[in-house]
Design a binder for this molecule. Structure first.
Ligand code: GCU
Length: 127
């Protein structure tokens, strides 16, 4: 895997399951979060130095409705990230945001913001 790749199935999962029934994922599968507000995945990523980095989320949303998530770094203020329809569940796309990280371990938590839950999450790439 490329440096900086963090599989969702290896992260902390609250109200969700690791599944592999839709192809095209990286690693052993992807996370299907429960369709409820608050279901989340939390990655821990290591940064050699403090500074602004890119966070790229690979996801699929086979519905026609966007699935916003609140992304919080180190428990800080959530940033809303909208995960649009990708058409079908095996169709994966990537969304990139930037975030300020500190040196050392950082948590990146993506929390479902609506009762539809989040998209299926494949990985987080730290750029
Ligand atoms: C379907 C799909 C799942 C997806 C779910 C959802 O059940 O197979 O992969 O997570 O819809 O709406 O979240």
């Amino acid at each position: 895997a490329p440096p900086g790749r963090h599989e969702a199935e290896d992260a902390l999962i609250s109200r969700g399951a690791v599944e592999s029934n839709h192809p095209g994922f990286s690693g052993r599968g992807f996370v299907n979060l429960d369709n409820t507000v608050g279901s989340h995945v939390e990655w821990t990523v290591d940064a050699p130095a403090a500074g602004t980095r890119s966070l790229s989320f690979r996801f699929a949303n086979g519905t026609t409705t966007a699935r916003p998530m609140d992304v919080s770094v180190n428990g800080g203020p959530p940033v809303s990230v909208n995960f649009p329809s990708t058409g079908t569940w095996p169709a994966w796309q990537t969304i990139t945001i930037s975030a300020v990280l500190r040196a050392g371990a950082n948590t990146v938590r993506a929390t479902s913001a609506t009762a539809n839950g989040g998209p299926n999450l494949d990985y987080l790439d730290l750029g």
